[in-house]
Design a protein around this ligand. Structure first.
Ligand code: GDP
Ligand code: MG
Length: 649
């Protein structure tokens, strides 16, 4: 018991900060001692509040700057161990990337006044852009971080425009000036040229060493305007994020857009109109610190006994039961770019997986879901993601946070077909249908034409690599739209791509072609007519619905051949020969053969102990569980995705 208490205290010390060691000394920054249960937020009227997010390209140092800001303001103790403390998820730590926006409230004293700074750290990768756009809606300003060595990259541009269009104050910060190859003058010139921001507005820092970070805090206070909400208005708050806690139910992150809310208040969530009693309120620093009230302009969390994930929609409005208000506009739903089937490895886990997906979606509202079923894989879902990395991360989180084991089928982009058959048009209630499962791709005989989704891609690269990159784009059916120099050696190119050409592996290839220097971002630009055909794959003559792919006519042969080869590599040899074939309609266009191989695990077990034999057989059976039986062939569960990864160029 005693030991537990000590460990707990130690854990708290790391997060809560204000240890004598860190608050000692005459640091100019105020490190406010806050008792866990009594932070009084009433001393922060709106004019003393600043809400900002940190945005940047991947790896330019957002999370590291967040660490320093947390330390400087005493939210966490200053130790060597603080490395991207806001990246709390296991997948973030393992991959070293931020996938979830995180909130932290900081207390900071400037010219004798105490300020409440609400920081939101955001992910940089294009697949998590939805997190950035939602974060921005709770802010009045942003810190736009640019690496002093790498300069402006594709997501720097994308994120700049998100903030610019939302009319937020943008503070450019040039980071990593400690690096040997840092060239802040050049980066400053790029910022001037690309964003029309005067160079003298840039702050030069090293987030890693803490150089000049104090200045960032001062500029946040002086340059970013306070929110314009009033405490006198009726209470109104936006749910901008949420998560599911096994013991306490839904924990909603809210931004208060007016009035105030107290513990014990009866509140309503506008979407379903259900009312709840507020059990707990607080701020995140970055762990939860309960408070008795939250006021206009503040950002915090609320627990109000919501148990069902469907009750809390991200973008919903909270108001007081006795004081109804008009709902806030909320968020545009995320647009899924990649769809894949998701199935439990074992059908008996269907219900458990269902609730795991529901709960995870509460923390990741950019996923879309609909029921689906397949002959080989049973009952499951068709999930929509913002990109392939998003899909992988969602999958990994399901496995790590919910202990779920899933099979994911080959990803596909949402195609459209314009029907010509009057009967089908009547059945679907319209001419145009969207196809998110290739198995349901309608035949040419009932279709007037097909459409495929297009994106406008932005590539930033040193000019040494433009030739290689242009060749790569050509092989991906891309059309160049623009090419400009943003400084003497850096080029920004715009290409119109069919989405399916970039979704799986384009980024990896671009990186390897440019020794890691080129960066890429894209946005949706609607649909274009395309010559599409459906390609089936057969294992020993049996079609594998989960591998059915839609391809452009010109690429059918090369794609069919490549996928058969990769299938051959990813399916282990079995006791009989397996024919792998690609077919368009009834025509076989490619074939590979997997030779028979007899694996008798008992071969080396002459006589001897029966329990040893049983153990070996059990181990073999467990190995098989990770496979999926299709016809009489066992297919490993990751084969569905790995066959799609192209190796060309
Ligand atoms: P994010 O993806 O923008 O959140 O970037 P991170 O904060 O995770 O940082 C990416 C990498 O850059 C990490 O290895 C950091 O240690 C490193 N880094 C961040 N800031 C600095 C800096 O000021 N100087 C140097 N040398 N490295 C830095
Ligand atoms: Mg980060």
């Amino acid at each position: 018991m005693q030991r537990c208490a000590v460990t707990h205290a130690l854990l708290r010390r790391r997060w809560v900060g204000n240890l004598p060691a860190c608050s000692a000394g005459a640091r100019r920054v105020h490190t406010q001692p806050d008792k866990a249960d009594a932070i009084d937020l009433s001393k922060f009227p709106v004019e003393r509040i600043r809400n900002f997010s940190i945005i940047a390209h991947v790896d330019h140092g957002k999370s590291t700057l967040a660490d320093r800001l947390l330390e400087l303001t005493g939210a966490i103790a200053k130790t060597e161990k603080n490395k991207q403390v806001l990246d709390k998820l296991q997948v973030e730590r393992e991959r070293g990337i931020t996938v979830k926006a995180q909130t932290a409230s900081l207390f900071y004293t400037h010219q004798g006044h105490q300020y409440l700074l609400n920081l939101i750290d955001t992910p940089g990768h294009v697949d998590f852009n939805y997190e950035v756009s939602r974060s921005i809606s709770a802010c009045q300003g942003v810190l736009l971080i640019v690496d002093a060595n790498q300069g402006i990259q594709a997501q720097t541009v994308a994120n700049f425009y998100l903030a610019f269009e939302a009319q937020l104050t943008i503070i450019p910060v040039i980071n990593k000036i400690d690096l040997k190859n840092a060239d802040p003058d050049r980066v400053e010139a790029q910022i001037e040229k690309a964003f029309d921001i005067p160079g003298e507005e840039c702050i030069r820092i090293s987030a890693k060493l803490g150089m000049n970070v104090e200045r960032v805090l001062q500029e946040i206070v002086t340059r970013i305007p306070p929110p314009t909400f009033s405490t006198d208005d009726p209470f109104k708050a936006l749910v901008f994020d949420s998560k599911f806690d096994h013991y306490r139910g839904v924990v909603a992150n809210i931004a208060v857009f007016g009035g105030q809310v107290r513990k014990g208040d009866k509140v309503v969530l506008a979407h379903l109109g259900k009312s709840y009693e507020v059990n707990e309120l607080g701020v995140l620093r970055p762990d939860e610190h309960p408070t008795n009230r939250l006021y206009a302009g503040q950002v915090g969390y609320m627990i109000a006994g919501m148990r069902d994930v469907k009750e809390t929609q991200i973008g919903d409005t909270v108001y007081l039961l006795q004081q109804p208000v008009e709902a806030l506009p909320g968020f545009k739903p995320a647009k899924s770019m990649v769809f894949a089937g998701m199935y439990p490895v074992d059908q008996s886990e269907y219900t458990a997986l269902h609730s795991a997906i529901d709960r995870l979606m509460l923390n990741d509202s950019s996923v879309s879901v609909q029921r689906d079923s397949s002959l080989a894989l049973g009952m499951g879902w068709r999930l929509g993601f913002l990109g392939l990395l998003h899909m992988e991360v969602f999958n990994q989180r399901l496995e790590q946070e919910y202990n779920a084991s899933v099979i994911v089928t080959a990803p596909t982009v949402p195609y459209k077909a314009v029907l010509s058959s009057p009967k089908l048009i009547k059945e679907h209630g319209g001419e145009e249908i969207t196809i998110v499962n290739p198995a349901h791709f309608p035949d040419k005989s009932v279709v007037s034409h097909y459409l495929e989704p297009m994106v406008m891609g932005t590539i930033l690269t040193p000019d040494d690599y433009t030739g290689n990159i242009m060749n790569l784009c050509l092989t991906r059916r891309a059309i160049q739209k623009n090419m400009v120099y943003i400084d003497d050696h850096r080029v920004m190119m715009k290409y119109l791509f069919p989405l399916n050409e970039i979704v799986v592996d384009f980024y990896d290839l671009l990186k390897s072609l440019s020794s890691g220097y080129a960066s890429f971002d894209y946005e949706n630009v609607g649909y274009q007519p395309a010559d599409l055909i459906k390609m089936d794959f057969l294992l020993n003559g049996k079609p594998v619905e989960e591998l059915t792919t839609i391809v452009h006519k010109d690429k059918a042969y090369s794609m069919g051949k490549a996928m058969c080869e990769r299938l051959k590599d990813s399916i282990p040899r079995q006791m009989f020969e397996i024919a792998v074939q690609a077919a368009v309609g009834s025509k076989i266009i490619a074939r590979e053969t997997i030779k028979a191989y007899r694996k008798n695990v008992l071969a080396k077990c002459y006589g001897g102990d029966i329990t040893r034999k049983m153990k070996l057989l059990k181990k073999q059976a467990e190995g098989k569980k990770k496979m999926r039986r299709i016809g009489n062939v066992d297919v490993p569960k990751d084969a569905f995705i790995s066959v799609l990864k192209r190796k060309d160029k």
